[in-house]
Design a protein around this ligand. Sequence first.
Ligand code: NDP
Ligand code: 8X3
Length: 250
Amino acid sequence: MKKIALITGATSGIGKSTAHYLADQFYLIICGRRRDKLEELAHNLRTETDVHVLSFDVRDQRAVNQAIESLPSNWKDIDVLINNAGNAHGMDVIHEGSTQDWDDMIDINVKGLLYVSKAIIPGMVEKKSGFIVNIGSIAGKEVYPKGNVYCASKHAVDAITNGMRLDLNPYGIRVTGIHPGLVETEFSLVRFKGDEEKAKQVYKGMKPLTGDDVADVIKYVVTRPPHVLLSDIVLFPTAQASATMVHRES
Ligand code: NDP
Ligand code: 8X3
């Protein structure tokens, strides 16, 4: 029988690709705010696996708990948690940043990840098994100009990931941090508040990763034998050597 994987941020980008990549080996709980996109994805995935849709905002702890508690009994035994929901909001020097953007990034990328984890990890502890994959970023390993609060939120994800691995070690729960560089998804469109031209510039003259590239690595990580743990992975497109060094053809 297949195990159950829950993916946050499955309505687009890395999360959506991950749902497609995991469908042959897992039953899937797909999460996000945009229910129409989740229903469409579920419809497409159901040719391959069983799918349960949960629509909630990770910022709202009550909604997170209600969603997880609402799972039918045959969906409650979650084996794999992919904490992927998140975004950058804005890209400004620190003295010009919007406090709303700061709140959004801390509330979604950090507190949202914690709320979802708190709702699911106790079940893993009880059965002494489970797998958690936290999607960090190269922004969680380095800080780049105007990245300030987004980088802080992803450094927090890195620290939380390492803390989870320590605390959950006695329970046989594996915890992996995956830290991608440039991936072309809705990410830059969200960061630049719908400005398509600005979003396109981010990937100009280089070949970025796709959501599928990251999903492929996630699938590899979560399908290793039970005694094997890839703890921390930085994943770049070939044209990228660091957060700030990207080779571009002009
Ligand atoms: P997308 O914008 O394509 O996807 C973001 C996902 O997060 C969407 O499914 C969105 O769903 C969900 N999400 C955002 N806010 C909330 C919220 N408040 N509550 C619930 N779900 C939410 O971007 P990516 O696929 O690129 O991003 C996925 C992860 O990868 C993020 O954590 C991002 O920081 C990280 N990352 C991205 C990189 C890149 O270059 N693209 C590089 C490194 C890391 P919905 O809007 O429907 O709620
Ligand atoms: C997304 C990658 O370089 O835009 O986390 O921060 S970057």
